[in-house]
Design a protein around this ligand. Structure first.
Ligand code: FE2
Length: 456
């Protein structure tokens, strides 16, 4: 029933993609493409016994810059795919063929290069041997230091529940959305031990197989790039850290599903440069010490390699605003055992280093306390911080022992779904860059906001 509902509500687009997979390119034309069979779980046959047309989970853009984009897709079996794309109204281009295999659950990414900045593109996936996806679209980012940045953030969801917030994010005119942890709370290690299928099954559900996956496919991914970073519950288990037995299994599954290339050291942390905003997306699970380790100069949440990378990146950044994305609260008044509260020595090292190096206009976006959102102007957190509302959890509110003090407020209550937006633009009237942090509720109404005044 889920399959039928979803398939019938996909927008029907037109395609000139080669349906035979013989390699010949056909300009976009009048040929109506079949609605893509959608079957996120299980065998390579449809419910009526017929073969599907090659794709298991619809493609989406998983990483984006001013001149490149990655397109993620999962096939139903070993095979090859490529991406056909063009600027709207422009000339058709194609990516290289990409092979997928069982070891990565038949998931893969194609990288589109030499894009024009701030340009709308449409793209579709072609499967070797037959099959294609509907068309989807994205807009490449602004060049560093130019234009505006408008980025959506979400965190803390449950795959089995609907997520209407995706519809609000999908219509909020965002450059992209970052999902920054606990995309699901099923704890795959607890579900399946060291079998990677437990992680793959979670990601398949999140991207199409369960209620929130249907919503994300219908409401968000057709138009909006999705960056992903994990926290403990999608890493494997509650309060997970470096020494967990599933670390390598979890990292393999996330590498297959996060929708982008690994960084130069083979890890997940990365920088996203969006016009006037540099975003430093941290992995705070792979290399962290256990929360139970006594605090002190040897206790880390970031790890030595990521520390060195972050310092080098922040020192080199010339963006008017610099955003550090931390999947757990930075504000130490939020007394959660796996948050920065319990890593105070390292927290002070980061603040002290930023101050010593005079790196200004830095702020944080965090998550993981399952409220309706919170914002602090730096009074409590040390620097400005936005803590995200949950996407769709029914969590009985703040799940930290104390949610702490937030200068602009913390929204506690029942089922307070929502999302966050960071907006950076140049204010001609004020003669400077301005960054606005906002939390929104599940109806798209603004709850908190804070304006940060940047350089002229
Ligand atoms: Fe969570």
């Amino acid at each position: 029933m889920l399959f039928t509902l979803f398939a019938c509500t996909l927008p029907l687009r037109e395609s000139g993609l080669d349906p035979t997979g013989d390699g010949s390119d056909v300009p976009f034309g009048d040929t109506a493409v079949d609605l893509l069979p959608f079957f996120p779980r299980g065998p390579a046959v449809s419910p009526d016994g017929g073969m599907l047309r090659g794709i298991s989970i619809l493609p989406h853009v998983g990483a984006l810059s001013a001149d490149s984009a990655t397109v993620w897709v999962r096939l139903i079996q070993p095979g090859r795919f490529r991406v056909l794309y063009r600027p709207v109204g422009g000339v058709l281009q194609q990516s290289s063929w990409v092979s997928v295999a069982a070891e990565q659950d038949f998931a893969g990414i194609a990288t589109l290069r030499n894009l024009r900045p701030a340009t709308r593109y449409e793209y579709a996936v072609e499967v070797a041997g037959g099959g294609s996806s509907p068309f989807r679209s994205f807009t490449s980012l602004n060049l560093p230091g130019q234009g505006t940045a408008r980025v959506g953030f979400m965190a803390d969801g449950r795959s089995e529940l609907p997520a209407p917030v995706y519809g609000l994010l999908g219509s909020a005119n965002l450059d992209m959305v970052l999902q920054i942890g606990d995309f699901d709370h099923r704890d795959p290690y607890d579900v399946g031990g060291l079998d990677p299928e437990a992680w793959w099954d979670m990601y398949r559900d999140l991207l199409g197989g369960e209620a929130s996956g249907v919503d994300i496919q219908q409401l968000l991914l057709p138009t909006t790039p999705l960056w992903m970073m994990w926290d403990d519950h999608d890493y494997g288990s509650d309060n997970g850290f470096r020494e967990m037995p599933y670390r390598d299994v979890a990292r393999g599954a996330f590498a297959a599903y996060m929708g982008r290339e690994l960084n130069q050291s083979g890890d997940f942390w990365t920088r996203i440069s969006d016009g006037p905003l540099d975003i430093f997306l941290l992995d705070l699970r792979s290399d962290r010490d256990s929360f139970a380790k006594p605090d002190g100069p040897d206790k880390t949440m970031i790890g030595a390699s990521q520390w060195a990378w972050l310092q080098a990146q922040l020192s080199a950044s010339t963006a008017p605003f610099k955003l550090i994305v931390t999947t757990v609260p930075f504000n130490p008044t939020t007394e959660k055992v796996d948050a920065w509260f319990a890593y105070e020595d390292e927290r002070q090292r980061l603040l002290g280093w930023l101050d010593q190096e005079q790196i200004q206009n830095v702020f944080f976006v965090s998550a993981d306390i399952h409220t309706g959102g919170a914002i602090d102007d730096g009074t409590n957190a040390g620097l400005p911080e936005l803590n995200l509302p949950t996407t769709n959890m029914h969590s009985e509110h703040c799940t930290a022992p104390t949610c702490g003090s937030w200068s602009e407020g913390v929204y506690e209550g029942d089922d307070r779904a929502g999302y966050g937006v960071v907006d950076v633009r140049y204010s001609g009237g004020e003669g400077r860059w301005v960054c606005t942090l906002s939390t929104f509720d599940g109806q798209g109404r603004r709850r908190h906001s804070l304006r940060l005044l940047g350089p002229s």
